[in-house]
Design a protein around this ligand. Structure first.
Ligand code: ZN
Length: 601
């Protein structure tokens, strides 16, 4: 059968952006939020004993509001993704953002209410059958409230954030959007391109000489804006450090670690094992340099496609990709395969290649339907099959949580990529296995090795840079020259000194350093990747893996990361062994790449 490449949004809210059911839903959420606010104001713990029914009702109502807000924003964002240049849609998105901000106020009060409950009653409440499944989420909220200052100060901080932290973040976007540079392609045609276009070419342009010139121009472009960008980065971090200090937080890693529910010991064990294994990637870089006709790779070459004589990458159809994914999921987990089939058959996926769509891909849960929606653009490249598999992995994660309370689905960024990376690994491995000749196999292996290069080297450089930058920023405003030096040193360490050209202005060009709501937007990626590699290794060893895997996914928002690994994998994340086992899998791919590529040099 031929699968549709357009998603169905009608069963979420019928009638598009002016949907009457959406309108009704937003009115309902407004009423529910007012009701929630009223009920918190009137709440009296001693009158609520011994059953705590009013307390239970509060948690039910809050989760209902949150699920409704998600349902509405997923729908509106989906319409925006479909028709990206249509600016009239953003008014509806803005309206939902106002509803979210309105709900944030009573939610804050609810957290403070939790903090005031004395330990004896708290212990009784957590054991109530309706509360037990969300005990972890509630305990976390209670702890968050303990850090808070009085209401007025917290409100003032939130208000100042709009013209502080968030403002610096969007100021960065304004600077980046204003930049252009010359680009000379392989036919010697010169055009003017944006920072975004330059980045795309930098990661994929097939000609090495063009890429090298491109990185030089890219560096120059960011150098011209370095004063403005350095101000932005300094004030963004400065705002954060002041906010931390006001909450008596002295360590700038405390917040990022808490957001990912993991300990410093785990983070250190992970990076120490990564550092100890850098050398495995160096021979891969040397061989890749030979294959693209260079002595050493530059920063601009690390993700570049290799050229294998006589090989042209095939194009695949959407139906072929679907069948390939379902068949290979089946080998690991019939439930994963059946979820994928359901997603293709019930039109959960928007994949059509047409102008006007948002770039990139994502998965969103539709909580009130227990469904998911996946957005991407299918161009026929074998990589697109990996992208679909990745997003279906996210959808599978979401599907095993649908019968649980909404607050049991709020997993952190570090474990969010577990199921997706796992699904992508299944499909990537199958592709390499089924390659028709050595040239194809080599090309696929090279594409697969982009992930370890990103996770063990590129992301590591970002982490090392941010650590040294925040240390310096605690003491002084950091000049562009100092920022360049910090970045250059971080890249040299992270790439094991193996490149002949670096990108010192990476602190300016990389958007991730300017995200306001998540600090240290880097190490959770490496964590998620290595964590799922470890699970993949286990899956290949164990027979009854499916149930164990699902049990782990169901607990991703229910305990600390260390407890999750201990309970479901029997491993200690604060020790190097687990991380080493994950990296050993990468080493196998590198060895295979080195053996297969010998005949082409
Ligand atoms: Zn993902």
């Amino acid at each position: 059968m031929a699968y549709s490449q357009n998603w169905n949004l009608e069963n979420i809210f019928a009638g598009g952006i002016s949907s009457p059911t959406l309108k009704k839903k937003l009115l309902l959420i407004t009423d529910q939020t007012a009701d929630f606010s009223q009920k918190i104001t009137n709440y009296n713990l001693s009158n609520d004993q011994p059953n705590y029914q009013n307390f239970i009702d509060l948690t039910t109502l809050a989760q209902k509001i949150e699920a409704g807000l998600l349902q509405a924003s997923v729908f509106v964002n989906a319409l925006i993704s479909d028709d990206f240049s249509n600016t009239t849609l953003s008014a509806k998105a803005a309206k939902i953002n106002v509803l979210k901000a309105t709900y944030a106020q009573p939610l804050g009060k609810f957290k403070q209410l939790l903090a005031k409950i004395e330990p004896n009653s708290w212990a009784i409440i957590l054991k109530l059958p309706t509360i037990k499944p969300i005990a972890f989420a509630l305990t976390e909220m209670r702890q968050q409230a303990v850090e808070l200052l009085d209401d007025n100060t917290e409100n003032l901080l939130k208000q100042l954030e709009l013209d502080g932290l968030s403002a610096w973040s969007s100021h960065y976007d304004t600077i980046a959007a204003s930049l252009t540079m010359p680009f000379t392609d392989a036919n010697n045609q010169t055009t003017t391109i944006s920072a975004g276009q330059a980045l795309n070419h930098l990661e994929g342009y097939p000609d090495a000489a063009v890429r090298e010139k491109l990185l030089t121009n890219y560096e120059n472009m960011w150098a011209q804006a370095e004063g403005l960008v350095a101000d932005t980065l300094n004030h963004l971090a400065g705002f954060r450090l002041t906010e931390y200090a006001s909450h008596n937080i002295k360590d700038f890693l405390q917040k990022p670690l808490a957001l990912n529910r993991m300990s410093k010991a785990t983070l250190d064990a992970m990076w120490q094992t990564v550092s100890a294994n850098k050398s495995i990637l160096v021979p891969y870089f040397e061989r890749k340099a030979q294959l693209i006709g260079k002595k050493k790779l530059g920063f601009q070459d690390i993700y570049a496609p290799i050229k294998v004589p006589g090989y042209q990458a095939p194009t695949i159809t959407y139906d072929y990709a679907a069948k390939f994914i379902i068949t290979n999921f089946e080998q690991f987990s019939p439930k994963m395969a059946s979820l994928a089939r359901k997603a293709f058959e019930n039109r959960w996926i928007e994949a059509e290649n047409r102008p006007g769509k948002q770039p990139g891909g994502y998965m969103e849960s539709v909580p009130e339907l227990g469904e998911s929606r996946i957005f991407l653009t299918f161009t026929g490249s074998p990589n697109d099959a990996s992208t679909i598999a990745h997003e279906l992995g996210h959808a599978f994660h979401s599907s095993v949580l649908t019968d649980l309370p909404f607050w049991r689905g709020n997993y952190a960024m570090n474990v969010a990529e577990t199921a997706s990376t796992f699904a992508e690994l299944v499909v990537n491995d199958a592709k390499v296995q089924e390659a028709k000749n050595v040239a194809e196999k080599l090309t696929l292996l090279d594409a697969k090795l982009n992930n370890p290069v990103a996770m063990l080297m590129n992301i590591h450089a970002r982490y090392l840079f941010e650590i040294s930058f925040y240390k310096a920023r605690q003491d002084h405003l950091v000049s562009p020259d100092e920022l360049n030096n910090l970045m250059l040193n971080a890249q040299k360490t992270a790439f094991a000194d193996s490149l002949d050209k670096y990108h010192p202005h990476f602190w300016a060009s990389k958007l991730h350093f300017y995200i306001d709501d998540i600090p240290f937007y880097n190490f959770p990626y490496t964590f998620g990747y290595l964590f799922s590699l470890g699970i993949y290794a286990l899956a290949k060893k164990t027979g009854d893996f499916e149930e164990q895997y699902i049990a782990l996914l169901r607990d991703t928002a229910n305990m600390s990361t260390e407890e999750l690994a201990k309970k479901h994998l029997g491993v200690d994340l604060t020790k190097p062994d687990f991380w080493q086992a994950a990296i050993d899998i990468i080493a196998q791919d590198i060895n295979e790449f080195l053996t297969l590529s010998e005949q082409f040099i």
